[in-house]
Design a protein around this ligand. Structure first.
Ligand SMILES: C[S@@+](CC[C@H](N)C(=O)[O-])C[C@H]1O[C@@H](n2cnc3c(N)ncnc32)[C@H](O)[C@@H]1O
Length: 187
């Protein structure tokens, strides 16, 4: 049975810090809420939060849980619906393994970043690829100072960066997610 063939993973490891060292970045409450809401709005049913830190995973579960089962669930049911699609996983490979269930074709990884890289494809082209509903794609978003070169090297697709009017294009990951989803799944 084919499931929704696009999912997002917000990656907290492996990412760079300011000194270009590979680190685990800290979870941001706003990213969890806003990317879940954008994902739900554009029809995704899985948004993975990837972090090897057990403390950070507990925090992510607690944030979702507050709006799913706690006081927040009654106070704001819309937010509960969005946070219902959040899945907290320790690694990229565990996110891929989870997403793979329900698909026969191998999950393909699409990566994003603010810098231009050779061989990258336009979001419009990716939108066309997504028409093959049997082919699952996991869209990776970075945190910290962005996804590592190894993640780009291992990816199946690299997406062209979102460009603005000038040379500056360093969007927050929340904004980048919303813009991409609109271009990939919007009307
Ligand atoms: C490097 S993180 C920055 C995290 C930062 N702490 C924040 O303000 O959200 C931003 C992530 O958003 C995405 N992103 C940011 N600007 C982008 C752009 N112009 N085009 C495509 N993706 C972009 C990439 O996934 C990138 O890894």
């Amino acid at each position: 049975m084919a499931c929704n063939n696009l999912a997002i993973a917000l990656v907290h490891y492996p990412v760079y810090n300011k000194h270009h060292e590979v680190v685990t970045s800290a979870l941001t409450n706003l990213d969890q809420h806003d990317i879940a809401r954008s994902s739900k709005t554009f029809g995704l049913d899985r948004f993975y939060i990837v972090t090897p830190s057990i403390e950070q995973r507990k925090l992510a579960e607690r944030i979702s849980g507050h709006w799913q089962n706690g006081w927040g669930a009654d106070y704001n049911p819309d937010r509960r619906q969005a946070l219902d699609i959040v899945r907290v996983t320790p690694s990229l490979s565990s996110a891929v393994a989870d997403f793979q269930s329900g698909f026969d074709k191998k999950v393909r990884i699409a990566v994003t970043g603010a810098a231009h890289r050779t061989g990258s494809i336009a979001l419009l082209e990716f939108r066309e690829l997504l028409q093959d509903k049997d082919q699952p794609y996991l869209l990776l978003l970075g945190t910290g100072w962005g996804l590592t070169d190894e993640v780009f090297a291992d990816a199946d697709l690299i997406l062209q960066p979102i460009a603005g009017n000038g040379t500056y294009n360093h969007l927050s990951v929340r904004s980048a997610a919303a813009i991409m989803l609109d271009r990939l799944r919007g009307f």
